[in-house]
Design a protein around this ligand. Structure first.
Ligand SMILES: C[S@@+](CC[C@H](N)C(=O)[O-])C[C@H]1O[C@@H](n2cnc3c(N)ncnc32)[C@H](O)[C@@H]1O
Length: 348
């Protein structure tokens, strides 16, 4: 499979899940053969990860492994393609400037698309904290004969980086489910204000919602291949949405960060505290309190519950056992390991 075949398959809405998987596996194989970077989810357990002030930057092997979160990769690549076409209409007769922060060793969300554009149409800035990842992408650019494109490599911390100019498109996927561990929030808060006024930030929106649901039954239903629809949810025992606990919209991120305050209980800096009350529902003991993450990459290109590793639910163990009327405070805690912090306020 050539890079063009891979990109055709990934963008074709009629491609089956099997064909999409095969195309992404072929992409990873090609990249590994050229660079020697082999995808590995837990490469030496945290070895070579960079523990930054605002979250963990995963090592190049683990970042390469993200390719294999198949639906994630497909949705983001399609989102980036749509965004480039939208930006080309919006900013006619000028090169589209793209900043891709956290590109990893394969620049997965953009590299498969570059061959679809002529030299001079795009100006690409690839940024990562890991020089080894940038070196790897450099080898790929040469191997795939993409040198005629303007591609600039930047080794820096995306939570601090100041770009000279205002990119038309910013892409960053530095997250895990529930925005835990990696610095997606801090990267967004730093970079979104640097976007061109009419530019496009990918992802456009990330939402985290607290629900009561049955984790094991839902997971089993979705593993069987059922679409995450209402019937599957009902069969898994039903679901009760409690509250949206976080909405990350790029052009609001910096203001949200400015309103951050120090938690009196943990001493950590936290955002957006939300108070919730556990409702009285039949068989409450059988439910789990779960955080669901939904990602709108761009326009119709979205990742919903269970569709990818980054939209798997996270169990709030702090809320077990669930009791009707119990009050909790949920905030998003910043720092070197970002995560949601759940504190019990009082019994009902
Ligand atoms: C989850 S991987 C994603 C890799 C690739 N973009 C993809 O989507 O397949 C995140 C990447 O972001 C990089 N990264 C994380 N935090 C960063 C930061 N603060 N500054 C620069 N790079 C960062 C990591 O080194 C890693 O390569």
């Amino acid at each position: 499979m050539t890079l063009d075949d891979i990109s055709d398959t990934l963008l074709d809405e009629a491609s089956s899940p099997t064909h999409l998987r095969e195309a992404l596996d072929a992409f990873a194989r090609l990249c590994s053969n050229v660079t020697g970077v082999v995808p590995d989810r837990s490469f030496d357990a945290w070895a070579d990860d960079s523990l930054l002030k605002d979250g963990v930057a995963i090592n190049p092997e683990a970042a390469a492994h993200c390719v294999k979160d198949y639906q994630r990769s497909v949705v983001f690549i399609r989102a980036v393609h749509t965004a480039i076409n939208t930006a080309s209409d919006r900013f006619a007769n000028q090169p589209i400037e793209i900043l891709y922060a956290g590109c990893g060793p394969f620049a997965t969300l953009l590299l498969p698309l570059l061959g679809r554009f002529h030299a001079g149409e795009l100006q690409v800035h690839l940024l990562d904290i890991h020089q080894r990842s940038l070196d790897s992408v450099g080898q790929l650019v040469e191997h795939f004969g993409l040198q005629s494109h303007y591609i600039h490599f930047v080794q820096d911390d995306a939570c601090r980086y100041q770009h000279p100019g205002s990119p038309h498109i910013i892409i960053t996927e530095t997250m895990q489910k529930s925005l835990e561990q990696e610095p997606q929030f801090a990267v967004t808060a730093n970079l979104a204000p640097q976007l061109h006024g009419e530019g496009i930030f990918i992802p456009q929106k990330i939402e985290v919602e607290l629900c009561l649901a049955h984790l094991d039954a839902e997971t089993a239903a979705f593993k069987r291949g059922d679409a995450p629809d209402l019937v599957a949810l009902e069969e898994a025992g039903g679901r009760y949405p409690i509250a949206t606990v976080f909405s990350l919209i790029p052009d609001q991120a910096a203001a949200l960060e400015q309103r951050a305050c120090q938690s009196s209980s943990t001493g950590m800096i936290e955002l957006n505290p939300v108070n919730v009350t556990i409702p009285s529902v039949a068989h409450l003991n059988n439910f789990d309190a779960l955080l669901f993450t939904r990602v709108q990459a761009f326009e119709q290109h979205q990742l919903l519950d269970y569709e990818s590793e980054i939209t798997l639910p996270l169990r709030c163990t702090e809320m077990a056992p669930l009791k009707p009327g119990d009050h909790y405070r949920i905030s998003f805690q910043l720092g070197n390991y970002p995560k949601f912090c759940v504190t019990r306020l009082c019994d009902g």
